[in-house]
Design a protein around this ligand. Structure first.
Ligand SMILES: *Cc1c(COP(=O)(O)O)cnc(C)c1O
Length: 354
């Protein structure tokens, strides 16, 4: 793929205090953009100044939600920059695109676009411990017709935001509200895709969790509301009686790159891993009998997010005394060690950008 690079002549000052970066509110100098123009396919790949885009108020994305995205990070260590398993994101964006009747992107082109863009923005990758450059590739449908049809014109854009350490104050376990009224996704729907609509559908459940004093929502399956699916923007994993148990991919769960990496690492560590249906009932019983040893969310943003409390109606269960468990800590240390080029990478997950 030919990517034209047009550097801005008005670069912005970079944040000086990396301890105050936060998440996703300041953006780098440039953006990657390419266009899909009907029969001509994807063209005009370029990296240019970060700018607002003009699209018709009738554009498909505003009315019928043709939008998919990815979430990735770039990691700095000793003058070098790395990304993590970008081939997985390339495959996943194509699965999302296909489900929403949007045109696929060649997987090698996707990875090349991400790498080239990170290289151009290399000075924006923060250097302090635990900080990253967060990358947000996304595709939107542009056709301005109010009839419900797939667009013939699209943008594929990548923007980037320097992000502070997720655990600036140490890894603190989160509290989770088990949502039994609203559902996030249903089998046969778009739950397995990273599309904005899934997040819009989750906001009300998130508000409810906060009203109940919890930080995140645990979603149950859309049919029986009995089986555990996932948390807000994380997959969920349990250690029950020495075994690792995580809900199997059933079409309504997002297939996380971190989830897949955690399963592989747990097997490396010698654990038995079960991907299967896990009912809320089973979980409550395991908690009551003291067999629920650990519970943690997995996702690119947090890496591993230990769950200290689960609140189900008026019952609150405390996991591992509300503290991070030893497996959660080991997974966090191993994954970040691989991502930052501090540990051996025997599965070839790490990709050097420059
Ligand atoms: C992105 C996402 C995840 C985590 O996926 P990773 O590839 O591990 O970042 C989990 N659940 C939902 C709903 C997501 O959107």
């Amino acid at each position: 793929m030919n990517i034209e690079v047009k550097l801005t002549d008005t670069p912005k000052p970079k944040p000086t205090d990396e301890s105050k970066l936060g998440f996703g509110s300041i953006f780098t100098d440039h953006m990657f953009i390419m266009e899909f123009n009907g029969d001509k396919g994807w063209e005009h790949a370029r990296i240019e100044k970060f700018h607002d885009i003009a699209v018709s108020p009738a554009a498909n994305v505003f009315h019928y939600g043709q939008e998919v995205f990815e979430g990735m990070k770039a990691y700095y260590n000793s003058g070098e920059i790395f990304i993590f398993r970008p081939d997985m994101n390339a495959k996943r964006i194509n699965n999302s695109l296909q489900r929403l009747c949007m045109p696929k992107i060649d997987e090698e082109d996707f990875v090349e676009a991400v790498k080239k863009f990170v290289e151009v923005e290399k000075e924006w990758v923060p250097k302090s411990d635990g900080t990253t450059l967060y990358l947000r590739p996304f595709v939107i449908g542009l056709d301005s017709k109010l009839g419900v049809h797939p667009s013939s014109n699209y943008y594929f854009i990548i923007i980037a935001a320097p992000g502070g350490a997720y655990y600036a104050r140490g890894i603190a376990p989160v509290s989770i509200w088990v949502e039994d009224e609203y559902v996030r996704a249903v089998r046969g729907g778009v739950g397995f895709t990273k599309t904005g609509g899934n997040y819009a559908a989750s906001l009300l459940g998130q508000e409810k969790a906060e009203e109940h004093g919890c930080e995140q929502t645990l979603w149950l399956d859309g049919v029986e509301r009995k089986y555990i699916e996932e948390v807000g923007s994380m997959n969920i994993c349990f250690k029950i009686d020495g075994k690792i148990v995580t809900p199997m991919l059933n079409g309504s769960i997002l297939p996380g790159v971190t989830r897949d990496s955690v399963i592989t690492l747990c097997k490396d560590f010698g654990y038995e891993v079960e991907e299967r249906r896990v009912s809320l009932d089973e979980l409550m019983k395991a908690a009551d009998s003291g067999k629920l040893e650990e519970c943690f969310g997995t996702g690119t943003a947090c890496v591993i997010s230990p769950v200290g409390y689960l609140v189900n109606k008026d019952k609150k269960i405390v996991i591992n005394e509300g503290k991070i468990g030893s497996l959660s800590q080991k997974l966090y240390d191993t994954l970040t060690g691989i991502q930052y080029n501090k540990l051996e990478d025997k599965h070839n997950w790490r990709v050097k950008v420059c």
